[in-house]
Design a protein around this ligand. Structure first.
Ligand code: G3H
Ligand code: 13P
Ligand code: ZN
Ligand code: NA
Length: 283
């Protein structure tokens, strides 16, 4: 069934697990995520980035996402990942997304607050939940690259002010993760997660979570992370599946045969993450 992100994350927060939010770009990826969620009885978030929407088209991605969510045996939210402008967020709300992210992290605090508030006013009126971001997460998304040196960790007191003034439903924090593949071992600022958790009460979101060790993810969840975003690890699984199939079956030209092992490999990776997140049997 299709539910809001807020509903899923409040349950996760209460019970001390995290909901996986996996990036969607096409039908096979959506199927891999939904099958993994149903087979593990996990709640899950399907999230489309602006790049994903550009690739598939808003009509296709929203139709596929809503259909998958409505037919699923587990609760599913359809979420916009890193919405960077008001119109894009409105487009997603109009197309039935149950949850949206407005990412004003590139702005100074005051502007980020105003920017986020504008979306929240509309989204709340129509029952759509809102994620915002405070602090700058490193790496590249939607072709915007934040260098390691420009990544700034979330300040707990700023987070308090941000949440009080915006009334946001859940907050993405910058605590040492980065989007994409890590060059070295990522170092998470666990004390910061703990302090932010003690300072604000909304569910917290960890972006850039591919490549973060199982141990670090579990620790982050135990300290109060309730939503974990994964894209890169799924891309790796998908690409491996395609490459291995083509290597072993160079004469095969059937897209269905080529994409099936990719989908299966992705599904296995998603199930692995769900075990780590503790979302298994929480649907
Ligand atoms: O946060 C970034 C996600 O990995 C989406 O990446 O903008 O290339 O779709 P994308
Ligand atoms: P990764 O690609 O590093 O998993 O990050 C995903 C993400 O944060 C999507 O918003
Ligand atoms: Zn992200
Ligand atoms: Na990452």
């Amino acid at each position: 069934m299709l539910v809001t992100g807020k509903e899923l994350l409040l349950d996760a927060q209460k019970k001390g697990y995290a909901v996986g939010a996996f990036n969607i770009n096409n039908m096979e990826i959506i199927q891999a995520i939904i099958e993994a969620a149903e087979e593990t009885n996990s709640p899950v978030i399907l999230q489309a980035s602006q790049g994903g929407i550009k690739y598939a088209g808003i009509e296709y991605i929203s139709a596929l996402g809503k259909l998958a969510a409505r037919n699923a045996k587990v609760p599913v939210a359809l979420h916009l990942d890193h919405g960077t402008d008001f119109d894009q967020v409105m487009l997603c709300i109009r197309h039935g997304f149950s949850s949206v992210m407005i990412d004003g992290s590139r702005f100074p605090l005051e502007e980020n607050i105003l920017y986020t508030k504008k979306v929240i006013e509309v989204a709340k009126a129509v029952g759509v939940s809102v994620e915002a971001e405070l602090g700058k997460i490193g790496g590249t998304e939607d072709h915007i690259t934040v260098d390691e040196k420009d990544a700034t960790f979330t300040d707990p007191q700023e987070a308090l002010r941000f949440v009080n003034e915006t009334d946001v439903d859940f907050l993405a924090i910058a605590v040492g993760t980065a989007h994409g593949v890590y060059k070295g071992e990522p170092k998470l600022d666990f004390d910061r997660i703990k302090t932010i958790r003690e300072t604000i009460s909304v569910p917290l979101v960890l972006h850039g979570s591919s490549g973060v060790s199982e141990e670090a993810l579990k620790k982050a969840i135990s300290l109060g992370i309730s939503k974990i975003n994964i894209d890169t690890d799924l891309r790796i699984a998908f690409a491996e599946g395609v490459k291995n199939f083509i290597k072993d079956n160079p004469a095969n030209i059937d897209p269905r045969k080529i994409l099936t092992p990719a989908k299966e490999q992705m599904k296995a990776k998603i199930k692995e993450k769900m075990e780590i997140f503790g979302s298994v049997n929480k649907a």
